[in-house]
Design a protein around this ligand. Structure first.
Ligand SMILES: [Zn+2]
Length: 147
């Protein structure tokens, strides 16, 4: 697996996990930060992977620019590289996540009930939670169909 396949993989996992586990779009950012943090951490277990990440990253200076890496606390080159690589890969993954799409998933209505007495609209998240789709019965009134 190339570095960017790994970055894309973590970004896709974070997107899916956020859709499945968050209750609304307000929770998405915090959830993604935590998920990506842990995923990148476990990806960079070996110093070799950290060197690779730093060479391939689009954000190699992130650890310096953000002030996140404390060079004074490092006593070996591999510690420096591992810390720099963490911030670099973390940023690469965050740049890859389409946060607007995730927000739309929670916030933008995609189907409306055709029963005039109901007229309820549903986001994709509500539809997935109710296992409803276009043409299915409305989860709210049970009479209309979603269109
Ligand atoms: Zn309805």
């Amino acid at each position: 697996m190339s570095y960017y396949e790994d970055v894309s993989g973590i970004a896709e996992d974070a997107t899916q996990e956020a859709k499945d586990n968050c209750d609304d779009s307000m929770e998405v950012n915090e959830f993604a930060i935590e998920f990506v943090h842990q995923s990148v951490d476990s990806h960079l277990t070996y110093t070799r992977d950290a060197y690779m990440a730093l060479m391939e990253s689009s954000n190699p200076d992130e650890g310096i620019e953000s002030g996140g890496v404390d060079l004074g606390s490092c006593d070996s080159a591999s510690q420096v590289v591992t810390q720099l690589a963490f911030y670099a890969m973390y940023q690469d993954v965050m740049d890859k996540i389409k946060f607007h799409e995730i927000e739309d998933y929670f916030d933008t209505p995609v189907y409306t009930c055709d029963n005039d007495d109901c007229g309820e609209s549903f986001t994709q998240k509500q539809c997935d939670d109710n296992v409803a789709d276009m043409g299915d019965k409305c989860p709210e009134c049970g009479k209309g169909t979603l269109e």
